[in-house]
Design a protein around this ligand. Sequence first.
Ligand code: SAH
Ligand code: MG
Length: 212
Amino acid sequence: MTDVLAAFEAAKGFMPLDEGLALYAAARQAAAVLGLPLLEVGTYCGRSTLLLADAAAGAGTVAVTVDHHRGSEEQQPGWEYHDPTLVDPQTGRIDTLPVFRRTVYEAGLEEHVIAVVGRSPQVAKVWRQPLGLVFIDGGHTDEHASGDYQGWAPLVAEGGLLVIHDVFPDPADGGQAPYRIHQRALSSGVFTEVAVEGSLRVLRRSAGELVV
Ligand code: SAH
Ligand code: MG
């Protein structure tokens, strides 16, 4: 546990430790109870992936992480979260895949992670397996957040967890798209909030059909 948390803290990324601990706890619980894969939308450089991978490994399952690895809007050149070291000099485009691979390799978790390089809605369309946990931390526009919710929330198994990052009820604290899908999940009638840590929300799925 200390190893994976040290690797988490050393990895490039934006998630603070308190939220990481809440995600890790949710992941370990979901993996232990259901034994189903844990899926993340928004790999970036693998910081949060490490927590899902370690939790999955402990329960004999796997973490799946989805990203096109070209960065979100706010990570493009000239924007607040741009990191020039992540630009591929050959193409001039952001490419977080090499850093992600190094992060997971160095933490010794490679065999517990399946990385899918692609756009979240396209991947969701070809994915059929039920999931123990879905962690939504991808694009922050309404188009992307609602695409992630509609694509992946229905795949959370009964008793499984839906985790959403960057939920800011007050617009002064951040963009509202993740908050809006959080509200949608709560009003769906099949998700109940079980934990809150910073901007991280953990919801458990109960029985019943999810209409998205
Ligand atoms: N979970 C990471 C941070 C993710 S940042 C961590 O804790 O460190 C958001 C990521 O979502 C970016 O890497 C971006 O490329 C990816 N992303 C944004 N929109 C996407 C989409 N529609 N499909 C796939 N990935 C997307
Ligand atoms: Mg985030």
